[in-house]
Design a protein around this ligand. Structure first.
Ligand code: COI
Length: 369
């Protein structure tokens, strides 16, 4: 199926491109995705093509190919379905400007992170070049789905999974690397307004020695229950604490955390239970360039009471200001600085202007597609 089927009914697609046109324009400059770019959120929008590459456990990935976006065939006994042997990545492509091309943000970092995760999960992984090639091919083939500048980005989702059959507990004999993409706008329903978080001290997303430090697919569903409860209580998302002392900040459900006090920006140190975010890494570098002192260390939940500002970072989330945090169910909703003069807004602007090609990319973080 080639035509874009949207999960959200609000973002309509009238289908002005015929199937044949969609094939024909996949590699042309024509931009004909007919969706309401103003209504993009972070819901899946089906695009035209995906990239697929396969290999066996004792081989390396070799050649991949673009396929029409569609269902994949998996044996019910696959490693990914039975034992959760899978990883994912997330990165974004931005339109640089009218007719100015498309930029990826630090794709090599995603490729390297996938390799580290693959080693942890006993999977073969694509080389950095194979990963970037697959991402570029996917973006080019789905070019018409890259939103106009300022309206969002094309979110690219690389997956690596144990696709071969396995019954005894062991790595699968075959693997699939797949890249698909979806246009997205802002991650939270608040759009760019401050978000409201609740600390859950009895639910943990990772344990020392576990897989919290890699992007294993199995790290994510376990937060659904806490996230669902938080949303039903009116919060945007959840902050998780360390699973041993229940005292130190780890992450929010899909983003890293930063706490600002004066000129010092502190963020939980990544020691295996926290995902080493690429946006996190980039924001640390930008903040240091702007004369902030950035500390990667254990950050106690108590420090929230004394903070000037808190913000979250992630590929999907970008940089999100936190308006309040509720801890231990008490009426201790803490109000933080947000808005134009906040540190998070300053960092957001610098980061996104590099990502969209509006600012000089001195660090060579962007890659033209
Ligand atoms: C990303 O920021 O790319 C993520 O992986 C978040 C995702 C869980 C929505």
């Amino acid at each position: 199926m080639l035509s874009g089927v949207m999960e959200r009914s609000s973002a309509s697609r009238s289908g002005s491109c015929s199937r044949q046109e969609c094939f024909d324009t996949a590699w042309s400059d024509e931009e004909c995705a007919d969706i309401n770019w103003d209504e993009l959120g972070f819901a899946f929008v089906q695009t035209d093509f995906m990239y697929v590459m396969k290999c066996s456990l004792d081989q390396k990935f070799s050649t991949g190919a673009l396929n029409k976006y569609g269902n994949i065939e998996l044996t019910p006994s696959s490693g990914v379905l039975n034992y959760g042997q899978g990883l994912f990545e997330g990165l974004k492509a931005y339109r640089k400007g009218e007719g100015d091309g498309i930029l990826l943000f630090r794709p090599e970092e995603n490729a390297l992170r996938m390799q580290i995760g693959a080693e942890r999960m006993c999977m073969p992984s694509p080389s950095v070049d194979q990963f970037i090639h697959a991402v570029k091919q996917t973006v080019l083939a789905n070019k018409r789905w890259v939103p106009p500048q300022g309206k969002g980005s094309l979110y690219i989702r690389p997956l690596l999974m144990g696709s071969g059959p396995v019954l005894g507990l062991a790595p699968a004999p075959e693997y699939m690397f797949l890249v698909y993409a979806s246009p997205v706008g802002t991650y939270f329903k608040e759009c760019l307004a401050p978000i409201h978080l609740v600390v859950k001290d009895k639910v943990h997303r990772a344990i020392p020695g576990g897989t919290g430090g890699v992007k294993a697919i199995s790290n994510y569903a376990p937060v659904f229950k806490a996230q669902k409860q938080a949303k039903s209580e009116g919060f945007t998302d959840v902050i998780y604490l360390d699973s041993i002392q229940h005292k130190y900040l780890e992450e929010a459900s899909s983003s890293n955390l930063f706490v600002v006090k004066g000129n010092v920006i502190s963020t939980p140190i990544t020691m295996g239970t926290i995902l080493p975010g690429i946006t996190r890494k980039s924001v640390i570098e930008i903040a240091r360039d702007h004369e902030y002192q950035v500390e990667e260390r254990l950050v106690s939940v108590e420090e929230l009471f004394d903070a000037d500002e808190v913000f979250c970072t992630g590929t999907a989330v970008v940089v999100a200001s936190v308006g309040s945090i509720t801890y231990q169910g008490q009426a201790c909703r803490i109000q933080f600085k947000t808005g134009d003069n906040s540190v998070s807004q300053q960092l957001y602007k610098v980061l996104t202007s590099i990502q969209m090609g509006q600012a000089k990319d001195d660090k060579n973080w962007t890659v033209a597609v």
